[in-house]
Design a protein. Structure first.
Lengths: 185, 317
């Protein structure tokens, strides 16, 4: 974990951009640390959520965007429900993750690949299909072998269907993804 | 009561027991579930992690499909689905956001008077049961009470959070499951970890995250004296139940051996519904010893009642 550097170049446009995209008022944060105190991801983070909030406030773009924490965030909204100033902190984390992705600063490839594998399954079948997602993910990253440990039980209890469900409207769903991809370009 | 019903993807895979027991319990409570025709995946965490607009578009298609059922609102057993569907609808109340989502869809969403999207509300099945059926009428249907077994209720993050979108129960100390379990005759212990995150879907990229977080939750449940954990979420169930051995290993504890039930399985059990309504066979942590204990306590209690009746009948004659 590194400290917030106040001597770096400040980019207040960046702060305004985050406020606009997340719909949150970052100036309201008075650094009480409550978000960090309750964050289940804290023990895995390389930069704590309240530090990230401070970095945004100060316009320290790289500090705010180049960290693994944005990918490790579990979207549990504990921070949002506890912030005494009513900031939807989890929404700020999601906004920052999108911005980091746009800058090409993805800090955790395996997690990004997992999401991609999941969304590809939805794109092509209309549903998510756990076994397919897991296999695709492991194939892409050669990671996730920890899941093999639970596979025998999952298979024994027939909890992982081998055949994905295909919905009639899957092309309609695929078009949602295609239009989204075109819009991003 | 008639509701559009969105089973969610895990209902067909890892949580068949949740799906079966939800259907059976709703039927018993007179809640008719009409499956949304050709529903699609809500996109879960990966979709909103990538883009709010993409997530809302997947929700919008489902909500428009749900409109075809002629019902007023939609129910889903899965908190992650209900959270996404609620959030999608909530964000689309903003006309600009709605316009962005409409660009992704084959057909734009209908427009309400305020300029936002006119789509139906989604509730979790737990919320619908809580708001439509009172605890007394649940208790009145119980023919096989839980005989005072000690349970903790684990809600996870998404059922009641974020509060202004979930609009259900208390974000820090929810009580809906506690109240149902009490009505079924369980002893519900206070539990500090009710809404602590279990690690969600992070297990696929990194088993250490749910391993550590779920290990802590199970350890606290055990320390509180719980004989079982009750949950309402397929993801939580996967982390606390299917991954229980893994959680113990990663968090450096002995295997907890704690059965983890969906609340609907216990409702079905207490209502005396048939085996297929519970699907206890799908659980990986063997619930048989605990179920045996409930049955033994029931036999004891019945024997005492019969004995008492015999005595008072004897005294009266
Ligand atoms: S809880 Fe709110 S005010 Fe406190 S540090 Fe976090 S964001 Fe800032
Ligand atoms: S939403 Fe993310 S940042 Fe907020 S408490 Fe949960 S894990 Fe931490």
């Amino acid at each position: 974990m590194s400290n917030t550097r106040l001597d770096q170049a400040r980019d207040l446009d960046f702060k305004r951009q985050v406020e606009k995209e997340s719909g949150q008022n970052l100036s309201a944060c008075y650094q009480c640390g409550k978000c960090t105190a309750g964050c289940p991801g804290a023990q895995f983070y390389d930069r704590q959520v309240s530090q990230i909030m401070r970095a945004v406030q100060m316009g320290l773009k790289e500090e705010a965007l180049k960290n693994r924490s944005l990918w490790l965030c579990l979207s549990c909204s504990t921070c949002s429900s506890r912030c005494p100033n009513g900031i939807d902190v989890a929404a700020v984390m999601e906004t920052l993750r999108s911005m980091a992705r746009r800058e090409g600063w993805v800090q955790d490839r395996p997690i990004e690949s997992f999401w991609k594998a999941f969304l590809d399954t939805v794109k092509y079948t209309g549903r998510s299909y756990e076994l397919g997602v897991m296999a695709d993910f492991m194939g892409r990253t050669l990671r996730g072998w920890g899941n093999v440990e639970i596979a025998p039980q999952a298979l024994l209890k027939n909890k992982m269907p081998f055949v994905p469900s295909l919905i009639h409207g899957r092309y309609e769903v695929a078009r949602i993804f295609t239009r989204y991809a075109e819009k991003r370009r | 009561m008639r509701f559009a019903y969105y089973p969610g993807c895990s209902g067909h895979g890892s949580s068949v027991e949740y799906e079966a027991s939800t259907q059976a319990v709703c039927k018993a409570l007179g809640m008719e579930l009409v499956e949304v025709p050709d529903w699609n995946c809500c996109g879960s965490t990966p979709a909103h992690s990538v883009s709010h607009e993409l997530s809302a578009a997947l929700a919008a298609r489902n909500l428009m499909q749900a409109g075809k059922t002629g019902c007023d609102c939609m129910l889903t057993p899965c908190p992650s689905c209900s959270s996404n569907l609620k959030m999608g609808r909530h964000r689309m109340q903003d006309p600009d956001f709605k316009a962005g989502v409409d660009e992704l869809l084959d057909e734009p969403t209908p427009t309400a008077e305020n300029g936002g999207a006119d789509l139906m509300e989604t509730y979790s099945v737990l919320q619908a049961i809580t708001e439509n059926v009172d605890a007394a009428s649940i208790a009145s249907r119980v023919i096989r009470p839980l005989e005072g077994i000690k349970v903790v209720c684990y809600y996870g993050c998404l059922l009641s959070r974020p509060a202004e979108v979930a609009k259900f129960d208390d974000p820090e100390n929810p009580m809906a499951l506690d109240n149902i379990m009490k009505a079924l005759g369980a002893e519900v212990l206070p539990f500090a970890m009710k809404t602590e995150c279990c690690g969600a879907a992070m297990g696929i990229p990194d088993v250490n995250i749910p391993g550590t977080l779920s290990g802590r939750i199970l350890d606290a449940a055990k320390a509180a004296g719980a004989q079982a954990v009750v949950t309402a979420c397929p993801l939580c169930h996967m982390n606390l139940e299917l991954r229980q051995r893994q959680a113990a290993r990663i968090s450096g504890k002995e295997f907890f051996g704690l059965p983890v039930f969906y609340y609907t399985q216990l409702l079905a059990y207490a209502f005396g519904l048939p085996e297929e309504a519970m699907r206890f066979d799908k659980l990986t942590v063997n619930p048989a010893p605990l179920l045996g204990m409930i049955a033994a306590r029931r036999d004891e209690r019945m024997a005492a009642v019969i004995e008492n009746n015999r005595k008072s009948a004897g005294a009266a004659s």
